[in-house]
Design a protein around this ligand. Structure first.
Ligand code: ATP
Length: 245
C-alpha cells in the first residue's frame, strides 16, 4: 500500500480522483492524498469537511479477487487498522462507531467511505477513503458539537505523514489476512474497539427507525440489536445511521 502515491493540494474528493485513476487502470495499493477537499463525501450524500493542511484525506485503490458481497467489509478492516495505528502512535482511547466512524471522546475523529465497481460477480475495483481530523483547532459551527481532532483533544500537533504511514502499514497487513480468512478473523477486535456494544442505540433508515440495545457484532460484521419488544434483529451496514443514546 502506498508504493505509488498521488499527492494533491486541493481536490473535489479523494474518492472521486481515485475512481478516475482506477478507471484508467491504476494498480492496487495506489494511494491518493490531498491537503484539502472541496467536496469531501460522507455516506448517503453527506458532506465531509477537510480543511487545508490540517487533516488527512486519503483514498486507497484495491483490486481484490473476492466476492462483491465481501466488499463492504473493507470499511471495518480499515477502521481496525486505523484504530490500531492511532492507539500505537497516540495512546488515546480511539474506538469504532459501527459501521464507518472512528470516535474519540464520544466525538467523530474519522469517517471511512468504501465504494465498489463490479461486473456480475467480479470486482473491478474498490476505493476506500478516509477523512481523519488531525490538527484542526476549531470546527465549523455545523459540526463543532460532533467533531474532534487529535489536536483539539490533546493540544498536541501531530505529523500527518507518520500517521498515514502507520495506517497504511497496518491496513496492508490486515488486508492480506482478510482476503484469506474473511471478516470473522477481525470480530474480536471489532467488538473490543466498539463504542456501541452494550449501549442503547437508535437505528435510523429511510423507511424504518427503532430503538434497542446493541448486543453483538455478527460474524459477517453486521450489528445485532435487541429491540425494546425483545425481538433480536441484524442491522446491515448499508443505508442506516446508528446513534448511541
Ligand atoms: P451518522 O453519524 O448520522 O451515522 P454517518 O456516520 O453515516 O452519519 P458520515 O457520512 O460518515 O456520517 O459523515 C458525514 C457527517 O459527518 C456529516 O453529516 C457531518 O455531521 C459530520 N462531519 C463532516 N465533516 C466532519 C469532520 N471533519 N469531522 C467530524 N465530523 C464531520
Amino acid at each position: 500500500m502506498g508504493r505509488k502515491i498521488f499527492y494533491y493540494n486541493s481536490v473535489t474528493s479523494t474518492n472521486i480522483i481515485a475512481k478516475e485513476l482506477a478507471e484508467n487502470g491504476l494498480e492496487e495499493g495506489t494511494v491518493i492524498i490531498a491537503e484539502e477537499q472541496t467536496l469531501g463525501k460522507g455516506r448517503m450524500g453527506r458532506k465531509w469537511s477537510t480543511p487545508n493542511g490540517e487533516a488527512i484525506a486519503m483514498t486507497i485503490i484495491l483490486r481484490p479477487e473476492i466476492s462483491p458481497f465481501m466488499a463492504p467489509s473493507i470499511t471495518p478492516i480499515l477502521a481496525v487498522s486505523a484504530v490500531e495505528a492511532l492507539r500505537k502512535l497516540t495512546g488515546f482511547d480511539v474506538k469504532i462507531k459501527w459501521p464507518n466512524d472512528i470516535v474519540l471522546d464520544s466525538k467523530k475523529l474519522c469517517g471511512i467511505l468504501t465504494e465498489m465497481n463490479s461486473d456480475m460477480d467480479m470486482i473491478n475495483y474498490i476505493i476506500v477513503g478516509m477523512g481523519l481530523n488531525v490538527n484542526q483547532e476549531n470546527f465549523d459551527d455545523e459540526i463543532k458539537e460532533v467533531a474532534v481532532s487529535l489536536k483539539s483533544f490533546s493540544g498536541i500537533n501531530f505529523k500527518r505523514k507518520i500517521i498515514i504511514a502507520e495506517i497504511l502499514n497496518e491496513f496492508e497487513k490486515n488486508y492480506e489476512i482478510f482476503k484469506v480468512k474473511g471478516i470473522s478473523e477481525f470480530l474480536d477486535k471489532l467488538k473490543e474497539y466498539s463504542v456501541l456494544l452494550g449501549k442503547r442505540v437508535k437505528v435510523i433508515s429511510i423507511n424504518n427507525s427503532f430503538e434497542g440495545e446493541a448486543i453483538d457484532i455478527d460474524k459477517d460484521g453486521s450489528l445485532i440489536v435487541k429491540k425494546d419488544n425483545g425481538e433480536i434483529t441484524k442491522v446491515l451496514s448499508g443505508d442506516v445511521s446508528v446513534r448511541g443514546m
